[in-house]
Design a protein around this ligand. Structure first.
Ligand SMILES: [Zn+2]
Length: 305
């Protein structure tokens, strides 16, 4: 997370509070059937981020025109956080665990929203993490650093685990970014006796497979569900509904490896458009479910709901 840190996030949040009233939390889960799976998207709330995070390397007039057309004209924008829950005949599988209570006041609503929907979090049997950023991982523990779902099995890409627990996570790290590493290690420590390392191609349950989508972070993965034309839970590979569909090559400030992230976006968009697969995007407008259309060298996200 090169220039993202908790302090920046919190400052942005405070400015966001001052600038406008909070939108209502999307409390009603969005559910649909996909092949052998019952898929439900539950909101963890949203992040409030500086708009300058989006495509800082792009020609400004072009970037601003796209944002303006999309209605994003403020200095901050709200980034939804959509958690995917997958029910099979034998398992209840959560993809990421949200922000928890130590990241941003607008996020960390997953447990309340699950409860409101009548879903018992204690019934979750497996948790698969796309990557180790705060909004995906920090909900793993409660305020006492105890596991929120102590009986689940946890799955983390080995490349992601190695990055956050290794020396490269802190090498040359500006002091204000240390919180991301500390937080990742705090949550990883809590699951270390229950975690299973995964890599691309691994099947978590029949029809649910891990695919490599590196760049946003070193070990970022997505989840592919068999059935119909396919479905990909894409984590943060496609983080904005307009900018990165129009210009996959533009950078995102939160990407650890910007060139790799751009290459991953291009590959994923090609595949989604060709296969007409469904996409669930963690930060796309709630519930973040849709398909991808290709037009010349650009793409378009077509929301299903
Ligand atoms: Zn994220």
């Amino acid at each position: 997370m090169p220039t993202l840190d908790r302090r920046t996030f919190l400052a942005a949040s405070a400015a966001g509070f001052a600038a406008r009233a909070l939108p209502a939390v999307a409390a009603t889960p969005y559910a649909f059937r996909h092949g052998a799976f019952d898929v439900t998207v539950v909101s963890d709330g949203h992040l409030v981020l500086p708009t300058t995070f989006l495509a800082p390397d792009a020609p400004l007039p072009e970037r601003d025109a796209i944002l303006k057309a999309a209605g994003q004209t403020g200095e901050q924008y709200n980034s939804p956080t959509n958690i995917t829950l997958i029910r099979t005949s034998s398992d209840l599988i959560l993809i990421d665990m949200g922000s928890g209570d130590r990241f941003m006041p607008t996020a960390g609503k997953l447990w309340d929203n699950l409860k409101a929907a009548g879903i018992d979090k204690a019934k979750v049997t497996k948790v698969v993490f796309t990557h180790g950023h705060p909004d995906h991982l920090w909900g793993t523990v409660d305020e006492l650093d105890d596991l929120v779902i102590p009986d689940a099995a946890f799955y983390v890409a080995s490349a992601e685990w190695d990055f956050w627990t290794g020396e490269n996570a802190t090498r040359g790290l500006p002091a204000e970014r240390a919180g991301c590493v500390t937080g990742a290690r705090r949550n990883y420590t809590a699951i270390k006796d229950r975690v299973k390392m995964i890599k691309a191609g691994d099947e978590i349950v029949s029809g649910l497979r891990i695919i490599d989508t590196p760049g946003h972070t070193q070990g970022h993965v997505s989840i592919e569900l068999a059935g119909a034309d396919g479905l990909i839970v894409g984590g943060d590979a496609l983080i904005d509904p307009v900018i990165y569909f129009r210009h996959p090559e533009w950078y995102y400030t939160g990407d650890h490896m910007p060139d790799q992230a751009a290459a991953t976006r291009r590959k994923l968009l090609d595949r989604l458009a060709a296969d007409r697969s469904k996409l669930i995007g963690f930060h796309l407008p709630y519930p973040g479910v849709g398909t991808v259309e290709r037009k010349d060298s650009a793409y378009r996200f077509v929301a299903s709901a």
